[in-house]
Ligand binder design. Structure first.
Ligand code: FAD
Length: 378
C-alpha cells in the first residue's frame, strides 16, 4: 500500500516523498507472505470496483511499470457446500454481473473439469470467474517502489517510525530510528501494525492482526505435480480453488501446491511462528477436497498476518488528525487491491475526485454505522 500510494502520488507530480520501511527490505510484512490471489468475486460493489481497476493494471503492469509480476489469469473457483452459501453467492453473483464481471455458475462435475483432482463430494454448486487469477506480490511491490524512485521518491529502509508529531490536531512529521522527518502529510500504510501506528498519533485505528498459515506440498517427497505420473491429480493451471464453507484454498505454485485455511481458534496477535499443530486439522479438510494431498508432504510453511477491521473492509482516506491519512485494514485481500487503493488515496491527497463512492472505506464508518462491509472473505 505504501509503495503503490507513493507511485501514484509521484505520477500526480508530488515527488517530495519518503517511503519509510522498518525492515531491511520492502514487502517483508503481510505482502511478502500472501497467496497472490486476485479476484473480482466480492460482495461489496466498492470492492468489485477496486478489483476491476487493480486487475486491469496488473494486466498491463509489466508494460507500464517495467517489472514482471508473473500474472496468471486462470480464474478463481468457489465451491459451495451449504444452502446458505449458495443463497449468499446468488446475491453476490447477481451483483457482480450487474457490475460487468463475467462470473459463471458451474455444476460440481463442471467444477471438477476446471480443477482436475478435486473431490466434489457435498458440493452443491460452484462459481467461476476466468478473469481472476494469481500474481507475484514481490514483483508488484518492487514495481511500484522502483517506478516511484525513478520519479524522485526516496526510500528509507531499516527505519522504524517511533512517533508521529501532532500539534493542534495537525500532523507535523514523524520521528524514525534514522532521524526525524518534518511533513504536513503522513500516510499510515502499516498493514497489520496500522493500529499501533495510529496510537502514535493518539487515534484508534480499528485494525487487529490475525495469523494465517500457508503450506507448500509436493508429491511423494520432493517431486513435482508436473511429473506425468501425477497427471490429473491436481490442476495443471494456476486456478485458485476455495472451498468456501471450510475456507480451505489452494493453487499450483511452480511444481508444488500452495494451500491454507483459516483457523477459527486463532487469537489476535503479532506472532508469526508456524504452528505445526494446526496442520493435521487443515490436512483433514484438504485431503477430503483434494485427495492427491494424501500422498504429498509439506516441504515448507510460513505464517503471516491478516489486517482485520470489524467489517472486513479497509480504511482509505483522511483520519481525524489533519494531514494524517490511512490506507490499511484490507482484511486478507489487500495485495490485489493495492493498485486501485493507492490511486484513490493519491487522488484524495492531491485534491482530485477519486471517482468512487468511498462510504465503505471511510475512517468514521464504524461510529456512524455506515458502509456495507465485505462478506466474501476467506
Ligand atoms: C497467509 C496470507 C494470505 C493472503 N492471501 C492474499 C491473497 O491471496 N490475495 C490478497 O489480495 N491478499 C492476501 N493476503 C492479504 C495481503 O497480504 C494484505 O492485505 C496486504 O499485503 C496488506 O498490505 P499492506 O501494505 O497494507 O501491509 P504490509 O505488507 O504488512 O506492509 C506494512 C509495512 O509497514 C511496515 N511497518 C509497520 N510498522 C512500521 C513502523 N512503525 N515503521 C516503519 N515501517 C513499519 C511493515 O514492516 C510492513 O512492511 C494474505 C495475507 C496472508 C497473511
Amino acid at each position: 500500500m505504501g509503495a503503490s500510494t507513493a507511485y501514484h502520488l509521484a505520477r500526480r507530480g508530488l515527488t517530495n516523498i519518503i517511503l519509510v520501511e522498518r525492515d531491511t527490505q520492502l514487502g517483508a510484512g503481510s505482502t511478502g507472505r500472501n497467496a497472490g490471489g486476485v479476484r473480482h468475486q466480492f460482495s461489496d460493489p466498492a470492492n468489485i470496483a477496486l478489483s476491476k481497476e487493480s486487475i486491469a493494471l496488473f494486466a498491463r503492469f509489466e508494460q507500464e511499470l517495467g517489472f514482471p509480476i508473473d500474472f496468471w489469469r486462470h480464474g478463481y473457483l468457489f465451491l459451495l457446500s451449504t444452502e446458505a452459501s449458495v443463497r449468499t453467492f446468488e446475491a453476490n453473483v447477481a451483483l457482480q454481473r450487474r457490475e460487468g464481471v463475467d462470473v459463471e455458475w458451474l455444476s460440481g462435475a463442471r467444477a471438477a473439469e476446471v480443477a482436475p483432482g478435486i473431490s466434489i463430494d457435498g458440493v452443491l454448486a460452484a462459481t467461476f470467474c476466468g478473469a481472476d487469477g494469481v500474481a507475484d506480490p514481490h514483483g508488484v511491490t518492487m514495481g511500484f517502489a522502483k517506478a516511484a524512485q525513478a520519479m524522485g521518491v526516496r526510500l528509507w529502509r531499516d527505519a522504524e517510525v517511533t512517533r508521529i508529531v501532532v500539534a493542534r490536531n495537525r500532523v507535523e512529521g514523524v520521528d524514525t530510528t534514522r532521524g526525524p522527518i518534518a511533513s504536513r502529510m503522513v500516510v499510515n500504510a502499516a498493514g497489520p501494525w496500522a493500529g499501533e501506528v495510529g496510537r502514535m498519533a493518539g487515534i484508534d485505528v480499528p485494525i487487529v492482526p490475525e495469523r494465517r498459515h500457508i503450506f507448500i506440498a509436493k508429491p511423494d517427497g520432493d517431486r513435482s505435480w508436473d511429473d506425468p505420473r501425477y497427471r490429473g491429480e491436481t490442476p495443471s493451471t494456476r486456478v485458485l480453488v476455495i472451498d468456501f464453507d471450510t475456507t480451505f484454498y489452494f493453487h499450483r505454485e511452480g511444481g508444488g501446491l500452495l494451500f491454507g485455511m483459516a483457523d477459527p481458534e486463532e487469537e489476535v496477535g503479532f506472532d508469526t511462528t508456524v504452528r505445526w499443530d494446526v496442520l493435521p486439522r487443515v490436512t483433514e479438510v484438504a485431503v477430503a477436497r483434494l485427495p492427491a494431498l494424501a500422498h504429498a508432504s509439506v516441504s515448507h510453511a510460513w505464517a503471516g498476518l491478516y489486517e482485520m477491521t470489524p467489517d472486513h473492509n479497509p480504511i482509505i482516506g483522511a483520519s481525524p488528525i489533519d494531514g494524517l491519512f490511512v490506507i490499511a485494514g484490507f482484511s486478507g485481500h489487500g495485495f490485489q487491491h493495492s493498485p486501485a487503493a493507492g490511486r484513490i488515496l493519491a487522488d484524495l491527497i492531491v485534491g482530485r475526485d477519486p471517482k468512487l463512492d468511498l462510504t465503505s472505506f471511510a475512517f468514521d464508518r464504524f461510529s456512524t454505522r455506515s458502509g456495507r462491509g465485505e462478506s466474501n472473505v476467506v
